[in-house]
Design a protein around this ligand. Structure first.
Ligand code: PLP
Length: 342
């Protein structure tokens, strides 16, 4: 039933929806408001359209969903490792009146984790509002102390087409009318919301072995030319971006696909465009370098056999393109894209 209906079935549906909302809040450790949306893209658009401020600042590594929706934000640079330094945030927003500052928690291409615990006090001190896109981190690492947080069910194993905006103080956003306290008019997608709550409730125990699996993979491919984007930064073990020098992304994608391995070229959300990633450009990569990367995801079902098959396919392709073993096997050092070992 429609959770807005007044009959008993409607009231039962509403009770289920509110239980889902409370369960998601409790599991993620978010006390104040959660407004359901059709996904993170809508949550991002909602903040940008309704926030009561004109001064918009955003890290140079935000997701395309944010880049498309934002009205020419003032950029905050990232380091070569893809990190947003708190000092750069302070410099950028100095003197701005109640700025809205967008810094994602984890980058969807590189897995780089932003130091939001250090950035949040900088924004608060300047009287600003912090918007953290936590699509890649929610349910995996604690949520930051932000004013607005976007999350998406399909990144925690839930159904696509549902997400939420987490809001500390609803007064910071203009309301319209209708469902979700006037922040998201339209009938709520109750089956998807229930799936979202179930997925969040299932937890992230599966993540515990992921860092070791990723290390196993990177040790195997390092000697065969692999460069790791943000390799010297703290990274979530669920996503990684690797460059195979001299081999175009599309070629790699086809070769891995033939080997039965699904990788993507940069962000899956914009892979149709095959344009070099603005995130890598912001990290100082050249266009040519950025056209030689693939994005690899590690998930609930990933195991050692998958990692070893990937490493085998990498070695075969790298050897075909003349990338001879180096690093441990050749007495040299494995390279991270930053020049530091990962
Ligand atoms: N933000 C990040 C970091 C993402 O990775 C994605 C998509 O995966 C989005 C936003 C968009 O989320 P949705 O597909 O729920 O609109």
């Amino acid at each position: 039933a429609n959770p807005s209906s007044a009959h008993s079935e409607g009231r039962a549906a509403r009770a289920g929806m509110e239980r889902a909302r409370a369960d998601i809040a409790a599991t993620l450790g978010w006390r104040p408001d959660i407004r359901f949306t059709s996904g993170a893209t809508e949550a991002i658009g909602l903040v940008l359209a309704r926030v009561r401020t004109e001064a918009l600042f955003a890290s140079a590594a935000e997701h395309a969903a944010f880049r498309r929706a934002a009205r020419a934000p003032e950029p905050i640079p990232v380091t070569r490792e893809g990190i947003v330094e708190p000092e750069r945030v302070a410099e950028a927003i100095a003197g701005a009146e109640r700025p809205l500052v967008a810094v994602q928690a984890v980058n969807n291409e590189t897995g780089v984790i932003q130091p939001l615990d250090e950035i949040a006090p900088v924004v608060a001190e300047a009287g600003g509002l912090l918007f953290a896109d936590c699509v890649q981190s929610a349910g995996k690492i604690p949520l930051p102390d932000a004013d607005f947080i976007s999350i998406s069910a399909h990144k925690v194993g839930g159904p696509p087409g549902v997400g939420a905006l987490l809001v500390k103080d609803l007064g910071a956003l203009a309301a319209l009318s209708g469902q979700e306290k006037g922040y998201r008019p339209g009938t709520q997608n109750l089956p998807a919301i229930m799936g979202f709550a179930a997925a969040v409730g299932a937890g992230s125990g599966w993540l515990s072995g992921m860092a070791a699996l990723r290390a196993r993979l990177e040790e195997a491919i390092g000697p065969y030319g692999a460069e790791i984007a943000g390799g010297g930064a703290p990274r979530m073990p669920t996503i990684a971006l690797y460059r195979m020098p001299g081999v175009r992304s599309e070629m790699q994608l086809v070769e891995f696909d033939l080997a039965g391995i699904a990788v993507s070229v940069g962000s899956a959300c914009s892979s149709g465009s095959m344009k070099p990633s603005p995130v890598l450009s912001a990290m100082g990569w050249s266009e040519d370098e950025a056209r030689e990367v693939i994005r690899v995801s590690f998930g609930r079902g990933t195991g050692e056999a998958d990692v070893d098959a990937f490493a085998e396919a990498w070695r075969a392709l790298a050897s075909k393109h003349g990338l001879e073993p180096r690093g441990k096997e050749a007495g040299g050092e494995m390279r991270a894209a930053s020049g530091q070992a990962a």
